[in-house]
Ligand binder design. Structure first.
Ligand code: BES
Ligand code: MG
Ligand code: ZN
Length: 485
């Protein structure tokens, strides 16, 4: 939990503000931001650096000045006409990063770009401050930025950005913890904390109940592990009309994926601790809901287990019966995510009358081949819901790309001896096959979009708001935008 814990908004800059470390901006056309101007009024040092041609204000550039006993860092904001929320978020993140490098905890950040970017600046300051230090025991390796002030901007929007940033950090922590810590029981405990804070109803089914209820997908995958599986349900009814149709989020909570009997190769297998990032995204969203208390009805559903191998493990050729009664021929035990999601989607469809269902899963290596670490693959059954997803994606700069779920693809998951099989056609369209499989478990007429986050949940190029080697909690911001939180 190493990130900014409190943000204070300061309405006006006063030169005698006891703030030793100040971060302000410069646009690429030599234009100082309001805070840079106030600071440089008498000293003229910043102007001198610009005039010398040494400091151009490009994105990523920064210079330090020492003025009236304060350390002033000026960050390049790029061209003013190109400035947008994404830039505001990233430069605010850079400000936090610089404070951490310099080991200072008394930082004042300008609300770059003005009031309309307040939320993005609040988010960026927190995201840039995120570090995963829980397993570093030497204090010299650690410096945590815990407080920041933001000058200017809109107080409510800054605090909203702060709450969203914290929710993303929670999602990252869940992903970054190793598989021996971030277990299904751990996810259940975090869900309990969120439920307590947000006055939500929490229901958890354990192994016996999962088997008794006929959740054959989750029960099948969980056969190979002694770690207790969990089926977690969080219910939040915040709309004025409690009967308003809820929005349902389903997240893959596979806390370690060895592949099962169809075991994975050893290289990078450690990364399969991230196979619960779908559930981390959903819990991150619900953490933000708990703190912001929006007027919506929303349900989280998380099927969670490990996928290991052993004497009791499920095997290629086994046939499982999912919660909606459909039979599944297992041709590869490593295609396990779709099996546990089958029960999550069936449960959501049977027990609620949702406005829509969204599911999130690190589901296929194939999506990484198609889109790299840049975009999440999405597919679904409802055009207008897909349009809302794409709009939220643009608003938050979390990129998605749609794949088709045409009947030709959907036929590829039909089984000779059961209703469906957990593989598509050999060596082709692997991400679509997984989507086509999931579609079988979504109730007819329920708008649904599936997000395959296997490329975006970790592993991308680091930047000022995405630390190296960390889970990203990709999608928390997109989904909150979509839900109008
Ligand atoms: N968790 C993996 C998907 C994955 C692979 C995520 C690599 C991130 C990086 C999933 O359970 C899986 O193993 N999928 C298989 C499916 C295949 C057997 C049809 C895959 O993609 O190889
Ligand atoms: Mg797998
Ligand atoms: Zn998996």
């Amino acid at each position: 939990m190493a990130h900014i814990q409190t943000i204070k908004q300061i309405a006006k800059y006063k030169a005698d503000l006891n703030q030793k470390f100040i971060v302000a901006g410069l646009y690429q056309n030599d234009k100082l931001t309001p805070l840079s101007q106030s600071i440089d009024k008498n000293a003229g040092q910043i102007k001198a650096a610009i005039d010398s041609g040494d400091f151009k204000g490009k994105i990523g550039e920064n210079r330090t000045f020492y003025i009236s006993g304060n350390t002033i860092v000026i960050i390049g904001l790029g061209k003013e006409e190109n400035f947008d929320a994404d830039t505001a978020r990233k430069v605010a993140g850079q400000a936090s990063r610089i404070a951490i490098q310099r080991k200072t905890d008394n930082i004042l950040i300008e609300c770059f770009g003005g009031d309309e970017y307040s939320q993005a600046v609040g988010e960026g300051a927190v995201l840039g401050s995120y570090q995963f230090l829980d397993y570093k025991t030497k204090t010299k390796d650690k410096f945590e930025l815990t407080n920041a002030s933001i000058l200017g901007g809109n107080e409510d929007a800054i605090q909203k950005g702060f709450a969203i940033g914290k929710a993303v950090c929670l999602g990252r922590d869940l992903g970054n913890h190793p598989g021996n810590v971030s277990t299904p029981s751990h996810l259940a405990k975090v869900a309990k904390d969120i439920a307590d804070e947000g006055k939500m109803k929490l229901t958890i089914f354990d192994r016996d109940k999962i088997e008794e209820m006929g959740m054959g997908g989750l029960a099948g995958v969980a056969q190979g592990t002694e770690e207790p599986p969990k089926f977690i349900i969080l219910e939040y009814f915040g709309a004025d009309d409690k009967a308003e149709k809820p929005k349902i989020l389903v997240g893959k909570g596979l806390t370690f994926d060895a592949g099962g009997i169809s075991i994975k190769p050893g290289g990078k297998m450690d990364e399969m601790k991230f196979d619960m990032c779908g559930s981390a995204l959903v819990l991150g969203v619900f953490q933000a809901i708990a703190s912001l208390k929006p007027k919506i009805n929303a349900i989280a559903i998380i099927p969670s287990t490990e996928n290991l191998l052993g004497a009791k493990a499920y095997k290629p050729g086994d046939i499982l019966t999912a919660y909606n009664g459909k039979t599944i021929e297992v041709l590869n035990t490593d295609a396990e995510g779709r099996l546990i999601l089958a029960d999550g989607l069936s449960y959501a469809s049977k027990h609620y009358d949702p406005e829509f269902i969204l599911d999130f899963a690190t589901l296929t290596g194939a999506v990484l081949v198609a889109l790299g670490h840049i975009a999440t693959g999405v597919m679904g059954t409802d055009e207008s819901l897909m349009d809302r997803v794409k709009t939220a994606s643009k608003n938050t700069d979390e990129k998605v790309w749609e794949f088709p779920l045409w009947p030709e693809y959907c036929k590829q998951i039909k089984s000779e001896i059961a209703d469906v099989k957990n593989l598509g056609a050999p060596s082709q369209a692997g991400s679509i096959a997984a989507g086509a499989f999931l579609k079988e478990f979504v109730g007819k007429d329920i708008p649904w979009v599936h997000f395959d986050i296997a490329g975006t949940a970790w592993g991308g190029k680091p930047n000022s708001i995405e630390p190296k080697g960390s889970a990203t909690a990709w999608g928390v911001r997109l989904v909150l935008d979509l839900l109008n939180v």
